[in-house]
Design a binder for this molecule. Sequence first.
Ligand code: NAD
Length: 326
Amino acid sequence: MTVLVTGGAGYIGSITLRAIRASGRAVVVLDTLERGHRAAVGDAPFVQGDIADSPLVERLCREHEVDEVVHFAAYKAVGESMENPHKYFSNNVAGSQRLLEALHRAGIGRIVFSSTAAVHGTPDSVPVRESDPIRCESVYAETKLMIERMLSWYGRTTPMRHVVLRYFNAAGAATDGTLGEDWRFSENLVPHVMKALIEGTALRVFGDDWPTPDGTGVRDYVHVEDLAAAHVAALDHLARGGESVTCNVGTGLGTSVREIIAVTERISGRPVPHGIAPRRAGDPVACWADVSTAAEVLGWTATRTIDDIIASALAWHTSHPHGHDS
Ligand SMILES: NC(=O)c1ccc[n+]([C@@H]2O[C@H](COP(=O)([O-])OP(=O)(O)OC[C@H]3O[C@@H](n4cnc5c(N)ncnc54)[C@H](O)[C@@H]3O)[C@@H](O)[C@H]2O)c1
């Protein structure tokens, strides 16, 4: 089997690429490299190009005899999506529409898609279930929801089946220290904790007066290698004829900002400089996943801990303070 991995030169895509190859599948990566790195793809077959280039996608599927697709390629910055909505609707939504059109023409029937827990906005209750109300609070989240809806309609009108994976907070790096995130292009907490630790610039903690045990926001941090394994489980599910499904991908546990800082200080043996800033509008107080669908349908559960996340991130960011450009 050959898997087309769109966005495979990015953070999650490159780490998942390894897991897909380790599952015995052949791969081909399609990435513009606008926000990814050629080095992250290693010796996997690679094509520099855009998902919106339907003739290229169709040709690539035929030449590489692609049967499965894992679709990561997208822009992911919430703030940027609010300043520049057309950029996100164009790349994420219109680009995915062109991709799906090409995949349909090439007869591809199985796709795994990177969505986000952010489609729920501020959840009414935790743990968050897939069936809970959908209430996007950013253009970014809306683009992911629109792609979910396209996949759903393709599922009803064509033989294409899908697994939508709604990630909670992806974090950590490859355990061998060779792949990870770039804090220059990330809005996520863990890379910014690492930046504060390594560069000494104070981390801003947005609010310490939330109604949580220590007053800081609580999130579900899932190790990127566990996330990678979820994609392989999703491909396996579709390959054995499984029906289309939407699954939360998290640990089912909530961890506060202060806890992340404390674990980082314990593992590194150094203080993380930080200060308290006002709450940010739109930030949920607490958000963690109900992970029962992924366990029941895909047979997947996260196995790595917050310590594993912090230890791997520390090793990666210490040796690669400027990501793959270091
Ligand atoms: N990082 C997270 O915490 C998180 C959480 C939820 C969902 N996601 C989703 O997971 C996916 C991967 O996220 P990531 O953190 O690895 O992001 P990333 O920016 O590191 O990787 C995205 C990759 O897609 C490529 N790309 C973008 N537009 C493209 C296009 N039109 N054609 C081809 N390639 C294109 C970029 O060059 C980059 O290499 C994204 O779809 C993102 O929305 C990420």
